[in-house]
Ligand binder design. Structure first.
Ligand code: IPM
Ligand code: MG
Length: 358
C-alpha cells in the first residue's frame, strides 16, 4: 500500500529544498521498501500566478486526497503588494492549517553536536552540550483566527482589530499533546502565557494546571512570555518541552531555532485528528532563491517527522535523522552553517550526501 503524499513546494527556495527532501525519501523508499505516491500542487505565490489564488481548488483536492502534506515555503516580494487577504501566507498557509484542524505544531529545536559552534550562544552557556527543546505551538486558534478581525471605521477613525480568544477545549487538547510529548522525553513542561495581563491567558494557565493532574510524573512550570524569551537565551538547557499559544509559539520558536545556529535546520509537524502537514520552519528566503545554496536539512528533517507521525515508520525516520547527523559530522555545511571550517556544499550536494547515507 502506497503512502499518499501531497507535495506543495511553493515559492522562493521551497522547490529547491523540496527536491532534496524527495531525493532522500526515494532513498528511504529503496532501503525500507516503502512506497510513496506523490501528487504535486501549486501553493502560495506560484499558485496566484498560475491559477489566480494562493490555495486553489485543485490543490485543496490533492491535500484532501493525501495522508500527509509536505510543504516548502510561501511568499515573496512579488506578492507583497496584494491586498492582505490575498497574500500567500494569509490565503494559503493559514487556511491549510484550519482546513485540516492542524492544531498541534511541533517544532523541535535541537543543537546537533557537530553544530554547537554554529550557535550564537557562548560556549559557557551551552557547556559544550547543546540543547534539545520541543516547542509545541497551538496553531489553529488564538489571535491568528479570533473574531472580530479587520480594519473598521470608528467615528471617522480607522481601527485595526485582532482578537485573542481561547476556548477551554482548545487549550486542553494542545496541553494534552504537550504532556504526552513530555512523557516521552525528560518529563519537564514549561507552559508559556501572559497571565499577568491577558485574561485569555489566565484561562490558559488554569486549564494547563487542570490537565497536569492527569500527568503527575511531568514537572510543570509556568513562565510569562517575556521571561521565557529571556530564559531561552540565558539558559536554554533548562527547557525540555515548551507549550505556547499561537502567537507566542510563533515568536519563541523562531528564537529557539536561531539558538541552534540556523533556522535552516528546523523541521516542523502540524498535527490534528488525521492528516499531518510537514514543513521547514524557515520561510521562502527570496534573497537566496534560485542560487542552489539553501539548506535543505529542515525539509529533509520534516520528512523524518512525516515518517514518524503520519506513517508510524520510526526506523525510517531515525535513519533520516542519523544520516543528517553523520553528514554534519563529516564536516559538510551549507552556507548558512558555514563558519570557515569544514566543507561548503550546495543544496543538491547536501541532499545527495544525506540520501547516500540512508
Ligand atoms: C510560521 C510563520 C507563519 C506563522 C506565517 C508565514 C504566517 O511565521 O509558520 O511560523 O506566523 O505562523
Ligand atoms: Mg513564524
Amino acid at each position: 500500500m502506497a503512502y499518499k503524499v501531497a507535495v506543495l513546494p511553493g515559492d522562493g527556495i521551497g522547490p529547491e529544498v523540496m527536491e532534496e527532501a524527495l531525493r532522500v525519501l526515494d532513498a528511504v523508499s529503496r532501503r525500507f521498501g516503502l512506497v510513496f505516491e506523490y501528487r504535486e500542487a501549486p501553493v502560495g505565490g506560484v499558485a496566484i500566478d498560475e491559477k489566480g489564488m494562493a490555495f486553489p481548488n485543485e490543490t485543496k483536492e490533492i491535500c484532501d486526497w493525501s495522508q500527509a502534506i509536505l510543504f516548502g515555503a510561501v511568499g515573496g516580494p512579488k506578492w507583497e503588494d496584494l491586498p492582505p487577504e490575498e497574500q500567500p501566507e494569509r490565503a494559503a498557509l493559514l487556511p491549510l492549517r484550519k482546513r485540516y484542524e492542524l492544531y498541534a505544531n511541533l517544532r523541535p529545536a535541537l543543537v546537533f553536536p557537530p553544530l554547537i559552534t554554529s550557535s550564537p550562544l557562548r560556549e559557557e552557556i551551552l557547556g559544550g552540550k547543546g540543547f534539545n527543546i520541543l516547542v509545541i505551538r497551538e496553531l489553529t486558534g488564538g489571535i491568528y483566527f479570533g473574531q472580530p478581525k479587520g480594519i473598521f471605521q470608528d467615528n471617522g477613525k480607522k481601527k485595526g482589530i485582532d482578537t485573542l480568544i481561547y476556548f477551554d477545549w482548545e487549550i486542553e487538547r494542545i496541553a494534552r499533546v504537550a504532556f504526552q510529548a513530555a512523557m516521552k522525553r525528560k518529563k519537564r513542561l514549561t507552559s508559556v502565557d501572559k497571565a499577568n495581563v491577558l485574561t485569555s491567558m489566565v484561562l490558559w494557565r488554569d486549564v494547563v494546571k487542570k490537565v497536569a493532574q492527569d500527568y503527575p510524573q511531568v514537572e510543570l512550570n509556568h513562565l510569562l512570555v517575556d521571561n521565557a524569551a529571556m530564559q531561552l537565551i540565558r539558559n536554554p538547557l533548562q527547557f525540555d518541552v515548551i507549550l505556547a499559544g499561537n502567537m507566542f509559539g510563533d515568536i519563541l520558536s523562531d528564537e529557539a531555532s536561531m539558538l541552534t545556529g540556523s533556522i535552516g535546520m528546523l523541521p516542523s509537524a502540524s498535527l490534528g485528528q488525521g492528516k499531518g502537514l510537514y514543513e521547514p520552519v524557515h520561510g521562502s528566503a527570496p534573497d537566496i532563491a534560485g542560487q542552489g545554496i539553501a539548506n535543505p536539512l529542515a525539509t529533509i528533517l520534516s520528512t523524518a517527522m512525516m515518517l514518524r507521525h503520519s506513517f508510524d515508520q520510526d526506523e525510517a525516520a531515525t535513519a533520516v535523522e542519523s544520516a543528517v547527523v553523520s553528514v554534519l559530522e563529516e564536516g559538510y555545511r551549507t552556507s548558512d552553517l558555514y563558519r570557515g571550517k569544514g566543507k561548503l556544499v550546495k543544496t543538491q550536494d547536501m541532499g545527495n550526501l544525506v540520501a547516500g547515507k540512508i
